[in-house]
Design a protein around this ligand. Structure first.
Ligand code: T1G
Length: 655
């Protein structure tokens, strides 16, 4: 880690260098202060360029150190930068995020590489910017634009940033040289604005009502109240003095860093990166090259997987057994892209490029050129073994053969080929072109370079990978079965479906288990139980009565034309009848009991999964649940919640 200073005539260039992302640790802040003092004290220096080495400008404060106030604070460094008494320019490349953007706001100007991006992602950690990001930014670009940035945590491109005055110039290359020239020209033209803290008068006007509705929308999208923090601080920037607004921002920030929510979100931040990083023999292995991907099956999963790869620039071949099925699959893909274009989330040109990357075929021989073949056929072991024997016969040497199975034994599938080392599971979650989780199922014989390839593919697909071992349902679905195992009993004892779903939503889930089963179709569980020779009287009865869920207009609930779930007295009658047959006395069931009897077994199953080595880390399980099942991120994942938050939540309930 170092901070260099070099003079180019009257301009001093200070270069920050702390791989991998120039995160602002306490030690780094000290080194920056030393260089700022040097520049301030050198009469020959008339201007300062602040740049970074490596792949990005400062990507924020060091998240590891957040919550510990260790001088010099970032505030102090930015204040020193502003008080240089000489104009300065931040030269932005990569991702200038959080404290990095705040540092840049301490400069007179900001210039950037055309492909750079800026953001205030603190909200994704349950925080708000803590070093002027809601105050100086509001002065520069206005309250609404600031809240959009700080309340969503999304990154912004530099053209857009320049359009709202966050960036003063954009360059295609030679960033530092251009920054030096930019600053020199401004000095020569005596065109130097005051520090950002003094630009409040020029602040764009703001409609308070628009701010309120934007805040509500941001909280809804985030499924969290965290955006409220940034909104409050932006409002302070409009009404308080700079000093008071900054003091309030600092107070809100320090309080937020002590919250359970921040602890949970920081846990997930590092857990996601740990899960994605190759380790052991996989870290030593060289990933194989993959450009052409074949997908077997063009149903819901197959078409979603095909789009996921096409969206990331791969060439895709979709194979179905007959022309009619292939046509349906290709039509499903085209319709999905057309809907995205209609919604405005994708340009017609980009949709055309993505569609053009997906070819269809019924000839298994056409898969011979594929680097990776993913089977997404019917969830039946005999069907999968037949398919793998077929593709084993045509696939080129070195091709990777993957199954998208949600539950089945990947080792048994691998044994149906002559190349078990090339076989693994790639368990996508539906819709595969949207959901971020990818369970990478490592078979007993899967080669390390095949795992390394899968991890590299996940990054290119923008997926969150978790490597899991082979067992029925791997990590997520195995624990989901445990979570729902007592559901019928709870309902027969007295907890209605609507109460259970409401208790889950109050916990933070986007949807409860009964509504989720209606959405997916009750017949999925019914088919699985029959395949295993098991019964579950209540949902079995619903299925026998054709109450298969939302697609049938009724399941646990009755559905109106807008698919809105309504409690159904007929279901209450079915519950009462089956409870009576089973001699189950009905009683009031508390929400706490509902959570205990669903989340308890799920977490116990997670502990068994760890003991069996199916998951390498407890935090991997949290990542599976946060990305694949909507476990509330503010609670860190099921294992983190059980280890750190469950007791205190129960204590709070007792008060
Ligand atoms: N602090 C510490 N480590 C960080 C870090 C950070 N801010 N950002 C990344 N890392 C580590 C990460 O753990 C990984 O480590 C390596 O860098 C590569 O990261 C006062 C309080 C910048 C877009 O939230 O979004 O500023 O695993 O795998 O995919 O108001 O990292 O290699 O050991 O993610 O290329 C606000 C978080 C902080 C940005 C790059 N900033 N980082 O993505 O690499 S709070 C953020 C990212 C703050 C101020 C507040 C991404 C990235 P390892 P990576 P990437």
């Amino acid at each position: 880690m170092k901070v260099d200073i070099e003079k180019f005539g009257r301009i001093a260039v200070i270069t920050i260098d702390r791989p991998p992302v120039n995160a602002l640790s306490q030690a780094l802040r000290k080194l920056i202060e030393v260089r700022l003092d040097e520049a301030a004290g050198d009469e020959a220096v008339k201007g300062v360029v602040l740049a970074c080495a490596g792949r990005t400008f400062v990507a924020g404060a060091d998240i590891e150190e957040l919550g510990e106030v260790r001088p010099p604070t970032l505030h102090a460094v930015i204040d020193k930068l502003e008080a240089l008494g000489k104009p300065s320019v931040a030269a932005l490349h990569g991702t200038a995020l959080g404290g990095g953007l705040e540092l840049a706001l301490g400069c007179t100007f900001r210039v950037a590489n055309r492909d750079a991006r800026l953001g205030l992602p603190e909200v994704k950690l349950g925080l708000l910017p803590g070093a002027g990001g809601t105050v100086r930014t509001t002065y520069l670009i206005g309250a609404e634009a600031t809240l959009k940035l700080a309340g969503s945590g999304n990154m912004m491109g530099v053209e857009a940033a320049q359009g709202i005055g966050l960036v003063d110039a954009v360059f295609d290359n030679d960033l530092v040289a251009n920054a030096i020239r930019f600053l020199s020209d401004r000095i020569d033209a005596d065109d130097i604005p005051p520090p950002v803290r003094h630009r409040r008068e020029a602040m764009p006007a703001c409609d308070p009502q628009a701010l309120e509705s934007l805040t509500a929308e941001l909280c809804r999208k985030a499924r969290s109240s965290a955006p409220e923090l940034a909104a409050q601080s932006v409002r302070n920037a409009l009404t308080l003095s700079f000093e008071d607004a900054m003091a309030e921002e600092r107070r809100l920030f320090e309080t937020a860093t002590q919250s359970d929510r921040f602890g949970a979100l920081r846990h997930l931040f590092f857990a996601e990166r740990a899960a994605a990083k190759p380790s052991g023999d996989v870290a030593e292995a060289e990933p194989r090259a993959v450009q052409t991907v074949a997908v077997i099956g063009a149903g819901t999963m197959g078409s979603g997987i095909a789009m996921a790869f096409a969206n990331s620039g791969f060439d895709v071949i979709v194979r179905e057994t007959d022309e009619a099925a292939l046509a349906r699959g290709m039509e499903r893909i085209a319709d999905t892209y057309d809907r995205s274009v209609k919604r405005g989330s994708l340009s017609a040109e980009e949709a055309g490029r993505r569609k053009a990357r997906i070819a269809g075929t019924v000839a298994i021989a056409d898969l011979a050129s594929a680097d990776l073949i993913i089977e997404a056929a019917f969830e039946d072991m005999a069907v999968k073994k037949t398919i793998f024997a077929e593709i084993d016969a045509v696939a080129r040497q070195g091709a990777i053969l993957a199954t998208n199975t949600s539950y089945l034994d990947v080792n048994a599938i691998a044994r149906s080929t002559t190349r078990p080392a090339d076989v693994l599971g790639l368990h996508f979650f539906s819709p595969a072109n949207v959901m971020t989780l990818l369970e990478i199922v490592r078979g007993d014989q899967t080669a390390p370079d095949v795992l390394a390839t899968a991890l590299k593919l996940a990054r290119r697909l923008g997926k969150q990978p978790v490597v899991v071992g082979v067992c029925h349902g791997f990590v997520g679905n195995r624990m989901l079965q445990a979570r729902n195992a007592d559901l019928s009993q709870l309902i027969l004892e007295g907890a209605k479906p609507a109460q259970i779903d409401a208790a889950f939503r109050a916990f933070g889930w986007p949807m409860g288990p009964c509504q989720m089963q209606d959405l997916a179709g009750l017949d999925i569980g019914w088919r699985n139980r029959k395949a295993l020779g098991e019964t579950d009287a209540l949902p079995d009865r619903l299925c026998e009565l054709g109450r298969l869920g939302q697609k049938a207009g009724k399941g646990w609930y009755l559905y109106d034309d807008n698919h809105k779930p309504q409690p159904d007295p007929d279901v209450d009658a079915i519950i009462a009848e089956i409870a009576e047959i089973g001699g189950i006395a009905r009683r009031a069931v508390t929400d706490a009991e509902i959570i205990d009897r669903t989340h308890g077994p799920m977490i116990a199953e997670g502990r068994r999964i760890l003991d069996e080595g199916i998951a390498a880390r407890s935090s991997d399980i949290d990542v599976v649940w946060a990305h694949g099942y909507g476990f509330p991120r503010d609670l860190g994942g099921p294992m983190y919640w059980d280890d750190h938050l469950r007791e205190s939540a129960q204590e709070k309930k007792k008060v």
